[in-house]
Design a binder for this molecule. Structure first.
Ligand code: PFF
Length: 447
């Protein structure tokens, strides 16, 4: 039998998993969610969600992936054969393909904005109406769709090359550059005239702003940002070796991902307050408001190029991880080559990505439950499938599978102290599932 691929170094494991977590979710989604949901109060709830739900769910995925060295379907089967549980894997694969579709659309926009920044179009002097420009761009029939497809082609080339030569190599190259760009951009934002107002918005909570829907948004954001609940980290961890410390890695991913989200908040809000932008602008924040700021900022050309380069890099290390879920599934469960299964995932991504992209223009009138295809995919996956997936993982690992297996995975067969594993098991069994259910029910106004 062909030997299964593995990540080759500790750094490679960290770069790939953090690369999956750090993406548009941190730089595009987190600031607008924080901006529309009360700033610091949202961030406070977000951090609690990451600690009590995020880290335990990462550990569940790691236990299943590293413990079985299989794709999500194989892992459910191996741990509980002939049961209904394996159907959960279909939900995961569906969610991964839905997210890949709409994520590639936004990643395509970032490619377009990067090209506009590099060619100097964005920072050209003269009158600009960036809202109208963004509106015209996304509604145009071919341009955003072409960028979506170009992005998926880059994504395809990396994933098709495999774990070591594709995913690990690109993550090792891109992640350090991404770290440097983030720090440079943060330093620039902190030196802007009204930076302290931005910091106040981010760090000075007004607890009266907390409502059930703010809590659900924070939970949904935590799942999306940590790539949780759709077996992305399960799939990546199936390529870990048996010495990888699971709890330590889970904590590092959660910490680094949260730091990047907060740095992105600093970059964006310090600039926004200094140039009188609107923090609650929603998803268009990065594409309509920021270009205007770069346009009036000293050295704007340089900062615009750097910022959109950051977005492109961050999105590619995330999109490859969500593609890997279905690629591993197709190739291992149907015994087809990696190249063919990558082609299948890319084709699905391209078809639905194009439809999502067109839902801003010619398919604008086609709505389901009152939502465009893009919003529907985002809503169903982030607010329903990911929390549901997280709930299934915690119940499966906490209550269904063999306790000794869970303990052995968390302690690497007794080589790592048991204390942290006990806390994690408690969170997996009780706190995380109850918290997910309570948040979802309170939003549905059942409680
Ligand atoms: N965590 C990624 C981000 O913050 O952009 C998004 C993501 C990646 C979601 C991988 C799901 C996934 F499987």
């Amino acid at each position: 039998m062909k030997q299964r691929a593995q990540f080759t170094t500790k750094i490679g494991i960290l770069a790939a998993t953090v690369g999956s977590a750090v993406g548009l979710g941190n730089i595009w989604r987190f600031p607008y969610e924080a901006g529309s949901n009360g700033g610091a109060a949202f961030i406070f709830i977000y951090i609690i969600s990451v600690c009590v739900i995020g880290i335990p769910v990462i550990c569940c995925e790691f236990i299943m992936g590293r413990g079985t060295h299989k794709n999500v379907h194989g892992a459910f089967n191996a741990l509980h054969a002939s049961s209904l549980w394996k159907y959960a894997s279909y939900l995961n694969i569906l969610a991964s393909l839905m997210i890949l579709s709409f994520y590639s659309v936004v990643a395509g926009w970032t490619l377009n904005y990067l090209s506009e920044a590099v060619t100097g179009k964005m920072t050209m002097t003269g009158e600009h109406d960036f809202s109208a420009e963004f509106g015209n761009f996304v509604a145009s029939p071919w341009q955003p769709t072409v960028f979506t497809i170009i992005f998926l082609m880059f994504n395809h080339v990396i994933v098709a090359r495999g774990i070591k030569k594709g995913i690990e190599r690109i993550s090792n190259t891109v992640m350090p550059i991404l770290g440097v760009i983030l720090i440079v951009l943060m330093a620039n934002s902190l030196l802007l005239p009204k930076a302290t107002e931005g910091l106040r918005f981010l760090f000075y909570p007004d607890f009266t702003k907390i409502t059930p829907s703010v809590v659900l948004s924070a939970l949904g954001q935590a799942f999306f940002s940590l790539s949780l609940g759709l077996s992305c980290l399960l799939t990546y961890s199936s390529y870990f070796n048996d010495r990888t410390p699971l709890v330590k890695n889970a904590t590092m991913i959660a910490t680094l991902d949260t730091i990047v989200a907060i740095i992105s908040g600093i970059i964006i809000f310090c600039a926004l307050f200094s140039f009188d932008g609107e923090p609650a602008a929603g998803p268009k924040l990065v594409f309509e408001i920021l270009p205007g700021i770069f346009n009036s900022m000293p050295g704007g050309y340089f900062w615009a190029v750097l910022f959109f380069l950051l977005l492109v890099f961050a999105s590619i290390t995330s999109s490859i991880s969500m593609t890997e879920i279905s690629v591993a599934y197709f190739s291992e469960e149907y015994n087809i080559s990696r190249k063919t299964s990558t082609r299948i995932s890319t084709a699905i991504g391209m078809i639905f990505g194009a439809l999502c992209s067109l839902s801003f223009g010619i398919l604008n009138d086609f709505t389901i439950f009152g939502m465009s295809l893009f919003s529907l995919f985002d809503y169903i996956s982030s607010n329903i499938l990911l929390p549901l997936g997280g709930l299934i993982f915690t119940i499966f690992v906490g209550w269904i599978i063999n306790k000794r297996f869970v303990q052995e995975q968390l302690t690497n067969n007794g080589q790592i102290a048991r204390k942290s594993s006990k806390i994690i098991i408690f969170l997996i069994k009780y706190i995380a599932p109850i918290a997910i259910v309570v948040v979802c029910l309170s939003v549905l106004r059942v409680i």
